[in-house]
Design a protein around this ligand. Structure first.
Ligand SMILES: [Zn+2]
Length: 428
């Protein structure tokens, strides 16, 4: 075999397995694999997980932090104003450079598939052109798919429909929308109908920013689910954010969740962004604003977590680390049960892969050998430590290695020669 990882554990809890890789695919996964590899690596009980997948990101804005100035208030509205100030100064070269830098960051973190929205409300479609170029360049090592996103509204901005169709003709593969931002609820519903029909005609997937609001009456997810059924798009539509669901009437939600499940609509929460941008008009008590993650999961809806923003006008933090996202999601949704923590890990791996419809995803025989070796004993510890990505592999090829973190944080592998600058009990 080309490569064998010995003594690994898997995200599903299996331990002491050997993973054999040949011709870029997983050839065998079993205990004590009777074969030899050109290269053999002892995982020493650490976790081999499928690569991280970010199902919701904005790569046209990433790493623009501080351009042309910082978001002093840290609010959504100042962020939107800042993005408006930056847009006239955008160049294709600057967009490509920032996106390529982000993709490097992503690969180092084991993040090998990203769905990015791209704002099509700039009539020059510079960002679309730039990100299509980035998609071509990173194709050998990172799956990047693009959503045509009418940031200023499909109906509210007069040229959105034409720009959106142009972006799809240029090669953007997912239809986006933002119904809660249209002028009226009726316009929001009309935008959903138009976009779902367009996607059905062209055989495309849909991913809308939907109900990113604290308004409990923002109910576009209901229309999105109904239109998904009417246009036959089951399994191909995603509602992103869905934060209004946090504030909705409980009886209404008890009818809504089965509808979302029936329509096979995927849900994406963006925990880092939802917890910082929602509830801003509240005094106390202050709402968290994230959608109802465990309740959606219990209803049979596929729920994934997205990063949404990294170092852009809306959010100055982030490092392409999907374990950071899972960590925050677990806290905000209070998913601290052992099953809950596992589900948070799935929300940034398998569930996110289902949103994108990735084929051959997962550590299983026959699939392309794409995985991350984490410095953690299981998914629980991976989230706790936002564990070091020791090795990132795609289709059997090593893309990145990071040295072990030598600290006292991993209980099972605390280095015996670690010198701390204090003696227990000596600090007063
Ligand atoms: Zn977004």
């Amino acid at each position: 075999m080309d490569l064998i990882i010995r003594n690994a554990c898997l995200a599903d809890g299996r331990r002491n397995v050997d993973i054999g890789i040949e011709d870029g695919r997983f050839a065998a996964i079993q205990p004590a694999l009777p074969a030899t590899g050109v290269e053999e690596i002892d995982a020493a009980g650490r976790l081999v997980a499928p690569p991280f997948v970010d199902p919701h990101f904005h790569m046209d804005a990433t790493l623009s932090l501080g351009l042309p100035r910082l978001n002093a208030s840290g609010t959504l509205l100042e962020g939107i104003a800042l993005w408006g100030e930056l847009k006239p100064d955008l160049t294709i070269q600057a967009l490509v450079d920032r996106a390529m830098a982000y993709c490097d960051m992503a690969v180092a973190q084991g993040l090998l598939a990203i769905r990015s929205h791209v704002d099509i409300c700039d009539d020059r479609l510079l960002a679309t052109e730039a990100l299509l170029e980035v998609k071509r360049r990173v194709a050998p090592y990172l799956h990047l798919e693009l959503v045509a996103f009418p940031q200023d509204g499909l109906l509210r901005y007069a040229r959105s429909k034409a720009n959106l169709v142009r972006a799809l003709d240029m090669g953007v593969e997912v239809v986006g929308g933002i119904p809660h931002f249209e002028r009226t609820m009726a316009d929001g519903a009309a935008s959903i109908r138009w976009l779902c029909e367009l996607a059905a005609e062209r055989g495309l997937r849909v991913d809308m920013h939907c109900d990113e609001s604290d308004d409990p009456m923002s109910r576009h997810i209901e229309t999105l689910a109904a239109e998904t059924l009417r246009t036959g798009l089951q399994g191909r539509v995603t509602g992103s954010h869905l934060t209004s669901m946090h504030s909705m009437d409980n009886y209404y939600v008890s009818k809504l969740l089965p509808l979302v499940a029936e329509a096979g609509v995927h849900a994406i929460a963006n925990p880092l962004i939802n917890i910082t941008l929602q509830g801003r008009h509240d005094t106390y008590p202050k709402r968290r604003g994230m959608t109802r993650v465990p309740e959606l999961m219990d209803a049979g809806v596929n729920v994934a977590f997205g990063h949404d923003c990294v170092m852009d006008p809306w959010y100055g933090m982030g490092s392409a680390d999907m374990l950071d996202v899972a960590h925050m999601g677990m806290h905000v949704a209070q998913m601290t049960s052992t099953a809950g923590v596992s589900r948070c890990f799935e929300a940034v791996t398998t569930n996110a892969a289902r949103v994108l419809g990735l084929e051959g995803y997962g550590v299983a025989p026959g699939n392309p050998a794409s995985f991350v070796l984490l410095q953690a004993g299981d998914a629980y510890e991976a989230i706790r430590l936002k564990a070091t990505r020791l090795m990132v592999v795609r289709h059997g090829k090593v893309l990145a290695r990071t040295p072990e973190r030598r600290t006292a944080l991993n209980l099972a592998e605390r280095p015996s020669d670690l010198t701390l600058e204090f003696r227990p009990g000596s600090i007063s």
